[in-house]
Each structure stands twice: as C-alpha cells, then as structure tokens.
Write a protein that binds this ligand. Structure first.
Ligand code: NAP
Length: 270
C-alpha cells in the first residue's frame, strides 16, 4: 500500500473496463490520478469513479476528455493534467479499440482508426510526457497490449492483433530510447477479460466455455489483475524492468496446441 504516494498518473480510457481497474489500483497505492475518456457517454462514469477514488483513498483525481489518437487533443489533455495534478510521472496507455471486421470486408477507415487509437496514441502521449519526465529523471510508461502482441490469437481481426504487436515493439523501442533518463517503458499483455470490448463475443456460452478451457489456468483473467501488474511496473520494485511485456494471461501464450489438449487428463492419471 502507498507504494505510489503523491505520484501523478494518467490513465487513458480510464472510465471503464481495464482502465477503471487500473485507476482504482493506482489510487489505492496513493497516486493522484487523471482519468481520461473520449465518448460523451463516458463522462458520468469517469466522474463517479473520480469521486469514489478520492473519497476512498484520500487522493486527488480528475477527469479529462481527449481522443488519444489526435495530437491536439492529447496536448490539451496533458496540459490540463499538468495544471491540476502536476507533470505526469506514470502514464498508462490503456485506451484501445477492437472493431470486429473480418479481413475480407475490413475497411481502410477501420484499419486507420485502429492504428490511430492503439498505436499512434502511444507515440503522441509518450512523446508529450517524456519531455517533463526527462527533466525530472523519473518516469513510468505502461502500455496495455495483449496476448495478440506475441501470437496470432484471432486471425479474423488482423488490424487489431497487428496493432497490438506494433504497440509491444514500440514499447521496446521507447524503453531503449528513454531508459538513460530513468524512464521505464513496459507493457502488460492481458488475455480475454469480460469487459465491454468482449461483451458480444463472450455472450455466446460456447465461446465462453472454449475461452476458459483453452486457458491453462481454466479461467478468464480479471481487470484487477491488470491493475496489479500496472502497479508493479509503476513501483520501485520494477526499477530495473524495462522493455518488458508482462503477460497476464494464465500462460496462454506459452502454450502450444498439443494433442493432449484433447485428452481426458483425469482419466489418464487414474
Ligand atoms: P473497453 O471496455 O472497450 O474500454 C475501452 C476504453 O478505451 C474506454 O475507456 C474508451 O473510452 C477508451 N478509448 C477508446 N478509444 C479511445 C480514444 N480514441 N481516445 C481515448 N479513449 C479511448 O476495453 P477494455 O477491455 O477495458 O480494454 C482496455 C485495453 O486493454 C485496450 O487497449 C484493449 O485492447 C486491451 N485488452 C483488452 C482485452 C480484453 O479481453 N478485454 C484483452 C487484451 C487487451 P470511452 O469510454 O470514452 O469511449
């Protein structure tokens, strides 16, 4: 507890899903947190979360609007955060989209929007905060990528999985570039988590069962587990962790499909 006392954090897409859990965990550890949103419909959620974490953890929080894929909005958003909470010391690039459009009908617009939100955003926000982090000789940049960053989880959404692979490699490039200024740049790679992003997909009970069965831990991950990983990477305990992609996936990405996946293990032991 209080590992991040008085640090200033910005979580993009912080009003709901994984971002919300990251906001809660950073606040629990004492950080002052800026909660970014972009859809007008998310303002109320963001504001309610702001109130809750302020009261529960006695920290300062704020809500800040901005599309992370647009430079002018990113600059304005970070100006606002700096004015209210001070310069950003912990940046969590969580905002992301996964529009379901199979390859053969995938539009150019969807391709561009996916890369703008999932990859360009990391360039824009990181470049903007890095200048102050360099002056302070302190900074943590944490990018929420995916199991799709390392393996082809879902070939039907090549725009999404390739954007997440790009985000992971961008993490590594920035880690090398910024390490000399005591800025750690890392990523967290979740497997499937039941947020709005996966609502339609997991609504099919057969798919849900297969997702659980495919995971070596025989369960889905949770939003809080990603928050816990983000806290670790933001803490001094991870001081020498740089350019790392921390998979929080129950071992899914190290598992090769094996014939025994189809075996009844309990029967085999008996
Ligand atoms: P989610 O519930 O759909 O939430 C997406 C968040 O991203 C929302 O807060 C949304 O803000 C924000 N966002 C989208 N476009 C934005 C933009 N242009 N500017 C600012 N914010 C924007 O998704 P989630 O499951 O929590 O996912 C969070 C991150 O984890 C994503 O990067 C996703 O790719 C990654 N991830 C998720 C899973 C999973 O299974 N859920 C697995 C692996 C990785 P508004 O509410 O304002 O629209």
């Amino acid at each position: 507890m209080n590992r991040l006392a008085n640090r200033t954090a910005l979580v993009t897409g912080g009003s709901r899903g994984i971002g919300e859990a990251i906001v809660r965990r950073l606040a629990e550890e004492g950080a002052n947190v800026a909660i970014n949103y972009t859809s007008p419909g998310s303002f109320e959620k963001a504001n309610a979360l702001r109130q809750q974490v302020e009261e529960q953890f006695q920290i300062k929080a704020m809500v800040v609007k901005g599309n992370v894929g647009i430079k002018q909005e990113v600059d304005q958003m970070i100006d606002e955060v700096e004015k209210e909470l001070g310069s950003v010391e912990i940046l969590v690039n969580n905002a992301g989209i996964n529009p379901f459009e199979p390859f053969l009908s995938l539009s150019e617009e969807t391709w561009d929007k996916t890369y703008q939100t999932n990859v360009k955003s990391i360039f824009l926000t990181s470049q903007r905060v890095a200048k102050n982090m360099i002056q302070k000789k302190y900074g943590k940049i944490i990018n929420i990528t995916s199991t799709a960053s390392t393996v082809v989880t879902s070939p039907v959404v090549p725009h999404y999985i390739s954007s997440k692979a790009a985000a992971a490699h961008l993490t590594r490039a920035l880690a090398i570039e910024l390490g000399k200024y005591n800025i750690n740049v890392n990523a967290v790679g979740p497997s499937t988590i039941a947020t709005d992003m996966c609502e339609d997909y997991l609504a099919d009970p057969e798919i849900l069962e297969k997702e659980i069965e495919a995971n070596p831990m025989k369960r889905l991950g949770t939003e809080k587990q990603i928050g816990d990983a983000a806290v670790f990477l933001a803490s001094d305990e991870a001081m020498q962790v740089n350019g790392h992609l921390l998979m929080v996936d129950g071992g899914l990405t190290v598992k090769a499909a094996q014939p025994e996946d189809h075996m009844d293990h309990e029967a085999a032991i008996r």
